[in-house]
Design a protein around this ligand. Sequence first.
Ligand code: FE2
Ligand code: FE2
Length: 139
Amino acid sequence: MIWKEKYKIGVPEIDGQHEELFARVTTFVQTLRSDKPWEDKVAKVNETLEFMKDYVVTHFQDEEAYQAEIGYPYLEKHREVHNNMVAYVAAVSEEYEKEGYKEELMQQFGGRLLAWLINHVVAEDQKIAEYARSKEVTQ
Ligand SMILES: [Fe+2]
Ligand SMILES: [Fe+2]
C-alpha cells in the first residue's frame, strides 16, 4: 500500500507516524509474500514486531491526545479500538516468542495490519480531521 497525501489528517506529527506505519507494514507484507529465504523473513518479523510494539502505543497516545485537545466526541470509542489493536499486537508477539516463526500466523498478522491501515488509518482516523474541519467552520 502506498501512502497518499489525501490520507493526511493535517497534524504533521500524526501524519508522519501514519506514513511510517504504511511503509513498515508494506515492506513487512512484501517480504512475507516474497520468495526470500526463511532467515530474511524471520529477520523482518523480528524487526516489525519490535517496531510495532512500541510505535503503535506511542502513536495511539499522540492521536488520542490530539482528539482530547479538539474535543473529539468519539474519543472513548476510538480509544477502545486502539486498545484492541495493542492487545492484538501483544498477543501475536507472545505467540511468536512461544512458537517461533510460523508462516500462517505471520500471514495472518500481515493481513490484519493491512486491514488496519485500510479500515482504521484511512477511514476511521480521517473522521478526526473531518471533525476538526467542521469545528473550524462553526467557530
Ligand atoms: Fe492513527
Ligand atoms: Fe486511530
